[in-house]
Write a protein that binds this ligand. Structure first.
Ligand SMILES: *Cc1c(COP(=O)(O)O)cnc(C)c1O
Length: 496
């Protein structure tokens, strides 16, 4: 409503004394007695309508107080009062959290909710949410069970058997050779790091390279998490170079852990050097101190197979005998928000019995989504996982879709071009890895690029695009093909 009044404030109309105008405002009670408002109350509920009417009247009072309304403007506003209440109601009673179309080409966009889930994960959430489940119930024994068994078997298959060689699949074989790699699930990777540090190093020292004291978006800073965990940070090396001997020189009887943190969102180039994982593993073994890697993204699939290098895989670390790795469920893994801790069965058992684990545990819906996602990995059905599917799309396939989409847009004022560009993994993964793509570049007569982008955000569903050098860029890599029609409709509509 505000915008319909603002056009009045610069007309130079002499404004009546505010007190007179205030007197013309109806009371909430008056408004509630209007027949049209009573009808609203019948469908939306009395209290919601009272709230909406209060808000609309309060807004009018504010506008009068700040001299924005004269007699005529107020009369006009009052004639639209019922409409205003209805708009307010609709806004108050609709979802604030809504789906959007991600046309940025950033596959793991933290602001846009990171990984979209696999269909099977959504279905498994639905069935688990709608009914009771055996979350903590052992169906065979009829007794209390553990919630982590549901994903544990899959992690064992995906990690333990991979690390310790295939073939350890039968229950009999598992009894003879207990798994050396276990996994537990907490709320997110920040929680995973906190739990691991607290369990292994509370009251003791943790050695970290100065080049890895990172901040990940959303105020996750290694030194702060370290302080909260009760462990003492022992920085070694320099920003650009840290040697194995730097770690070794800092080891004392108080040292509990060597920590390596993946530089998820930046790179250091030039005169640089860091200890290799192999050297650190050897040092850790020699001194009897565990080595932990915070991988951040932690891919379960070998991304080198799709041309993405430099992103450490969970299996790479475990195969190199790193004791503990922490990684996110909703980054490259492509599952729900979760923090995963994999590694030494003995250390994981200690984390499981830490009371912090109880505070950081995840609910049944996360287990359901994670189980379905891991099952897709176990079946090697990587295309079932949207983030992996997006990463594997070829530039040519994206280009063809972009051309087809451009041909359908019916907006004479819009200039559409399909050009070369790059998609980004995002979510603190492989900062320098980009995937070649084809972009839909838009300009519109009479609209600046940022205005065009704002209109796209205002469409239903909102479309989020990149703006670059006076153009709006849409990358269909992150748009599901089912959404192409919505993009065509939005483009045709907003510039009509
Ligand atoms: C993303 C990231 C985190 C935080 O993970 P969340 O799942 O967002 O809590 C921690 N460490 C690294 C290295 C990361 O990349």
């Amino acid at each position: 409503m505000r915008s319909s009044f603002s056009s009045w404030d610069n007309l130079g109309v002499k404004t009546a004394a505010p007190s007179e105008l205030f007197r013309k405002l109806p009371s909430v009670d008056d408004v509630m007695h209007l027949p049209a408002v009573r009808a609203l109350a019948a469908s939306y509920g009395h209290d919601s309508v009272v709230d909406a009417a209060r808000l609309v009247l309060a807004r009018l009072r504010e506008e009068i107080a700040s001299g924005l309304l004269d007699d005529d403007a107020l009369a006009l506003a009052l004639s639209g009062l019922v409409g205003g209440v209805e708009n307010q109601l609709r806004q108050a009673l609709s979802y604030s959290l809504r789906p959007v179309i991600n046309a940025t080409g950033v596959i793991l966009h933290t602001n846009l909710g990171r990984a979209p889930l696999a269909e099977a994960a959504i279905e498994h959430i639905r069935e688990t949410a709608a009914s009771y489940s055996n979350l903590e119930f052992d169906l065979a024994a009829g007794t209390r069970g553990k919630r982590d068994v549901h994903v544990d078997r899959l992690f064992q298959r995906l990690l333990d058997e991979e690390v310790n060689g295939r073939g350890v699949t039968s229950a009999e074989a598992r009894r003879q050779k207990p798994p050396s790699v276990s996994t537990i699930v907490v709320n997110n990777n920040a929680a995973a790091v906190l739990l691991a540090l607290n369990t292994i190093a509370e009251g003791g020292e943790v050695i970290v390279s100065r080049g890895e004291l990172v901040e990940i978006g959303g105020s996750f800073r290694i030194p702060d998490v370290m302080a909260k965990s009760g462990a003492i940070l022992r920085e070694v090396g320099t920003t650009n170079r840290t040697r194995t001997s730097d770690y070794e020189g800092a080891i004392t009887e108080r040292t509990r852990l060597l920590l390596r943190v993946h530089r998820s969102n930046f790179e250091i180039t030039g005169f640089t050097g860091q200890a290799s994982t192999g050297e650190l593993v050897a040092l850790a073994r020699r001194r009897g101190i565990p080595l932990m890697e915070d991988l951040g993204s932690g891919a379960l699939l070998d991304l080198r197979s799709i041309g993405i290098g430099g992103e450490p895989g969970v299996l790479d670390s475990l195969r190199s005998s790193v004791d503990i790795v922490t990684y996110s469920g909703d980054k490259l893994l492509g599952g729900p928000q979760a923090g995963l801790i994999s590694g030494s069965a003995e250390l994981i058992a200690r984390m499981r019995s830490n009371s912090l684990f109880r505070a950081l545990r995840v609910d049944k819906l996360i287990y359901a989504a994670l189980e379905a996602t891991l099952l897709a990995y176990a079946r090697r059905d990587h295309d079932a996982i949207p983030t992996l599917r997006m990463m594997r799309l070829s530039k040519e396939a994206i280009g063809e879709r972009a051309e087809a989409l451009a041909a359908q847009v019916n907006a004479p004022k819009v200039k559409l071009e399909v050009i070369d560009g790059e998609s980004i993994l995002g979510g603190g993964a492989a900062p320098s890895s980009v995937l070649p793509t084809r972009l839909l570049a838009l300009t519109c007569e009479g609209l600046r690029a940022d205005e065009l982008a704002a209109r796209l955000r205002g469409s239903e569903p909102p479309i989020i695009a990149r703006v670059d050098e006076g153009r709006v860029l849409l990358d269909l890599r992150t748009v599901s093909s089912g959404q192409d029609a919505a993009v065509v409709a939005a483009l045709s509509r907003i510039v009509a």
